[in-house]
Ligand binder design. Structure first.
Ligand code: Z5A
Ligand code: MG
Length: 214
């Protein structure tokens, strides 16, 4: 049986990632599973949730970085089992967020390469849809959690660009990463784009069964 595809929706804060992952999973039907990172319901996820929502819950930058990565590792095996059963797995954020947000802190020694190391060996997405837009701060909710402020988001934007320009393998990038500009598009218009790119990818790679790894 053909394995399912690992599909990632990434992007800057409030660009509609959660909205679009939910709609994509629904449109793929029973054969798709949604996985959101951070997965806040696990023990490690509980610590991450406290860190993000409680300004008095302090952790060294290295420690919270490793917790975000550990949160991916604790779900890695069950994701792989689902893929092997033929289910598509659609992720809301993943390794690229992990690297970009931590590297944006400018903490001594925590450069892009350092940040990527704990995720080495995780499954790499078959398809990443990276959402960009220039009006996201107008949307409801910006500013409620740690990291949700314009200055820091500008740094995160720079780190995402550096990941895709310098860290990621150019051959992988050209085949497996698509950038979608959502500026001034409605939720439904973005969904149609996301759906079209995903369907094309799934149809074009139906017989590819080997996994790719970070
Ligand atoms: N983080 C990290 O540091 N390290 C890691 O390894 C990982 C994450 C995995 C929490 O993530 C924080 O964790 C995050 C990165 C860090 N910090 N920041 N910033 P999260 O994923 O849980 O964050 P969130 O609360 O879900 O926010 P978000 O993901 O940034 O938002 P979103 O999912 O992109 O947007 P949305 O919830 O789908 O939409 C936001 C609003 O806009 C909502 O009211 C929608 O109805 C509206 N919306 C969406 N699309 C549109 C369009 N097209 N038009 C108009 N309005 C729209
Ligand atoms: Mg979200």
């Amino acid at each position: 049986m053909a394995r399912g595809k690992l599909i990632l929706i990434e992007g800057l804060d409030r660009t509609g990632k959660s909205t679009q992952t939910e709609k994509l999973v629904k449109s793929l039907g029973d054969n798709a599973l949604l996985v959101k990172f951070p997965e806040r319901s696990t023990q490690i996820g509980g610590l991450i949730d406290q860190y993000l929502t409680n300004p008095e819950f302090l952790l060294p930058d290295q420690a919270i970085h490793l917790l975000f990565s550990a949160n991916r590792w604790e779900i890695a095996e069950s994701m792989k089992r689902s893929l092997l059963k033929g289910q598509h797995v659609v992720m809301d954020r993943y390794v690229y967020s992990g690297v970009a947000y931590s590297a944006a802190k400018d903490t001594k020694g925590m450069d892009l390469n350092w940040c990527l190391q704990p995720d080495k060996g995780l499954l790499k997405p078959d398809l990443t849809l990276f959402l960009t837009n220039s009006d996201s701060e107008l949307r409801q909710g910006f500013g409620e959690e740690r990291y949700e402020c314009t200055d820091f988001q500008d740094k995160v934007r720079g780190q995402f660009a550096a990941i895709f320009d310098t860290l990621e393998d150019p051959d992988y990038k050209s085949k497996h990463i698509k950038f979608l500009d959502t500026t001034h598009k409605t939720i439904e218009e973005v969904h149609q784009l996301v759906r079209a790119v995903t369907s094309d990818y799934i149809q074009g790679h139906a017989d590819v069964n080997e996994f790719i790894y970070f």
